[in-house]
Design a binder for this molecule. Structure first.
Ligand code: ADP
Length: 690
């Protein structure tokens, strides 16, 4: 633009000089009139052309100037309106421009910046940030740099980038965003989260402590209830004792739920996965609920729409916990009709399978607006004051946490007054192994004067163990502290104690420390931890070098006997004079545990046993008929039913022979004479002796 103006003005000057020259041309030239005229004409035309060019270029100049002023004004307006501070520096770091928000943010005056380098007027943190960016190789293209910068009590987000100019020069633009409010809000928020976490931790430890303290006396209630059973009680006293037992069972369930919930919320529940046969798990569940359901006149059904040998790799006990809770609820909230456990394959691919478990009932159902709440902690649809069903509203939330933890999903559908369906879907690695089902037989321990040491600071707890073990002819010594245990073991001969029961929570020297010291002393006696603190399998494994086994308070006498049985000669316990091979088999060996599972009601047990005997006395001939007429499925179904019911009623040997028969039919074996014969023997024993 400037170039054009200079040229135009020079041209005008030349033109004026020529014009004056021509107008006053010497007479020599004036004698040539035409030439003079021609020259004048050319000069005038040139003048007009030059003037026009000048006017146009001037107008263009003014237009461009106006446009640039407009752009400048527009830019200024925008930058002034911005909430961000903007600073522009030249190549050498000198101030070029800034918006007023920038001066305001850093409390700087325009005059203190003009003609100054950034380092001279900016706070140190900011100028260091700019210098580091500018010092990098100017030829390599750079991404904008962003940094959180604190100046005094204020917090800023600074963004710096280079802006290449037309002539190869570079300008640096700094954008400054005030984040003080946001940072303080973030800080408040994180303080809040920390506080909440702290409360949750305190709540969890409180829960764990309270549960621990509750479990110890509950243990005494369990133990003494069992001991009282054998003290010649009359009918009324036995009834009262049964009620105590039912109440303590229910209290234990609630404590376990609360502990589970607090551990789940802390994310501290580890998984113990291994392959198990789905059908085995369902059989256990069916057996567990069959009689309680029958007691309420509810029909418990099972529909297994999958291959019988299907095995899943999952945490079986957690799966059982979920399904057990759902079936228990279904039975609890159903007065007539049925509860159906249906299992189907949703999807099967490569080595994975998705199973869908449906627990359907014809119970009271759930109102539509309450359905979404039932998975919330402590939720119950019943009014607290008019509550009819037992429970604390923890079962479903725990199931939901467990299902999520396993990568499964849990949901429900329900119609009030009609019934409910709870679904649990899970994808897991699958296999089709022929895993033989193992029936656990209830244990009846009998000692022969063996000596065990019980290290326990609470006398009441020692009494429980002492009474339970003396019942089965095992003697207990008491060490009231870790130190006492060390002294007693030091004095005793190597094999004097068959086992040592060790409480974990003891003052001065805890159970871990005592066990470690005993091991260091060279004591080889198996040490069994006796604790009211719940422990997952990983923790148990961690202490595997110290403890041979773990018993968790409150424990059932069977659990105590179970852990002790490997160290007691159990075979001889059942066989006075067994050397001749006349081993007496008690056909209703698991009766006591079965009664316990029926809410400690011997009357109920007798009722169901009678019903079983009446319904199944002719089963062998029915099975034989099915086998001879080729209805192997029917024969298998019948064996399966006997297996489940017999196990529930503690008829261990009959249950085992039914399981063997079922497996043999299942395997396609042709000659089943020996299995059927053994089944008949065991059934006859039950019919005659139980
Ligand atoms: P609770 O121990 O009280 O049963 P849950 O968490 O297992 O706790 O269940 C929460 C509530 O959901 C129950 O109190 C009941 O109102 C409702 N509920 C659960 N299962 C069923 C069902 N099968 N039929 C009807 N209501 C149910």
């Amino acid at each position: 633009m400037k170039q054009y103006t200079v040229i135009a003005r020079t041209a005008i000057c030349i033109f004026l000089v020529i014009l004056i020259g021509i107008l006053f041309l010497p007479s020599v030239i004036t004698s040539h009139v035409w030439l003079t005229l021609f020259l004048k004409l050319i000069t005038v035309c040139l003048g007009i052309a030059l003037s026009t060019f000048l006017i146009v270029s001037d107008k263009r100049r003014i237009a461009l100037q106006t446009l640039s002023e407009y752009e400048h004004a527009l830019f200024s307006t925008i930058t002034e309106k911005l909430n961000q501070g903007i600073l522009i520096l030249d190549n050498a770091g000198y101030f070029l421009n800034c918006n007023s928000r920038f001066s305001e943010l850093l409390d700087l005056k325009h005059s203190s910046m003009t003609k100054h380098k950034a380092v001279e007027f900016l706070p140190e943190t900011l100028s260091r940030f700019i210098m580091e960016y500018c010092q990098a190789d100017p030829d390599t293209p750079k991404d904008p740099s962003v940094e959180q910068i604190q100046i005094g009590t204020s917090h800023f987000e600074a963004t710096l980038f280079a802006l290449p100019g037309k002539t190869g020069s570079v300008a640096y633009v700094l954008l400054l965003q005030d984040c003080t409010k946001m940072t303080s809000m973030e800080k408040d928020l994180s303080d809040c989260v920390e506080e909440i976490r702290c409360h949750i931790d305190t709540k969890s430890s409180l829960l764990a402590n309270v549960s621990h303290e509750l479990k110890t006396p509950l243990n005494a209630i369990f133990g003494f209830t069992h001991i009282l059973e054998d003290t010649g009680l009359d009918g009324h006293q036995r009834e009262l004792l049964e009620k105590i037992s039912i109440s303590s069972d229910s209290l234990k369930q609630q404590i376990d739920n609360i502990l589970d919930l607090s551990r789940l919320k802390k994310g501290g529940l580890s998984q113990n996965t291994s392959f198990f046969r789905v059908k085995d798990m369902l059989d256990v569940l069916y057996d567990k609920f069959y009689l309680p359901a029958a007691h309420k006149n509810i029909h418990l059904m099972e529909e297994c729409l999958f291959e019988p040998d299907l095995c899943l790799c999952l945490d079986r006990s957690r799966m059982e916990q979920i399904l057990s809770n759902l079936i228990s609820n279904a039975c609890k909230f159903t007065e007539t009709g049925y509860v159906c456990i249906r299992v189907s394959v949703l999807n099967e691919f490569d080595d994975m399978v998705t199973l869908k478990f449906t627990i359907e009932d014809t119970g009271i159902g759930i109102k539509a607006d309450e359905l979404s709440n039932i998975f919330s902690d402590f939720y119950q649809s019943e009014n607290f004051l008019t509550k009819q069903y037992q429970g604390a509203g923890l079962g479903l939330p725990i199931c939901r946490y467990l299902a999520d933890n396993m990568g499964g999903s849990l949901w429900a559908e329900s119609t009030e007054g009609v019934g409910s369906r709870f679904y649990f879907a899970i994808t897991a690695p699958k296999s089709y192994r022929n895993m033989k089902s193992v029936l656990s037989s209830p244990l009846d321990l009998q000692g022969h004067g063996e000596q065990v040491l019980v290290v326990e600071d609470a006398p009441l707890n020692f009494e429980v163990v002492n009474d339970l073990l003396s019942k089965v002819n095992i003697n207990c010594d008491h060490a009231a502290s870790g130190l006492a245990a060390l002294n007693m073991c030091e004095k005793a001969d190597d094999n004097y104690y068959t086992a040592i029961f060790m409480d974990i929570h003891m003052p001065i020297m805890n159970g871990y420390e005592t066990a470690r010291k005993l091991k260091d002393m060279g004591v080889k006696t198996p040490i069994i931890a006796l604790t009211a603190t719940s422990m997952d399998l990983n923790t148990q494994k961690k202490y595997g070098d110290l403890f041979s086994d773990f018993v968790f308070k409150p424990f059932k006498y069977t659990q105590l006997y179970q852990v002790l049985s490997p160290y007691i000669d159990t075979l001889s316990a059942h066989e006075p004079g067994n050397s001749a091979g006349t081993f007496f088999e008690n056909p209703c060996e698991g009766k006591e545990e079965a009664i316990e599972n029926l809410g400690n009601s011997p009357q109920l047990y007798e009722k169901h046993l009678e019903r079983f005997k009446n319904s199944y006395e002719n089963t062998t001939s029915v099975i034989e008929e099915h086998l001879s007429s080729g209805h192997r499925d029917e024969a298998k179904r019948l064996s399966h039913s006997v297996k489940g019911l017999a196990a529930t009623l503690g008829l261990t040997y009959l249950a085992q022979s039914a399981a063997d028969l079922e497996d043999a039919i299942d395997s396609g074996k042709e000659n089943l004479t020996s299995e059927v014969g053994r089944f008949q023997d065991k059934l006859t024993q039950v019919l005659q002796h139980c």
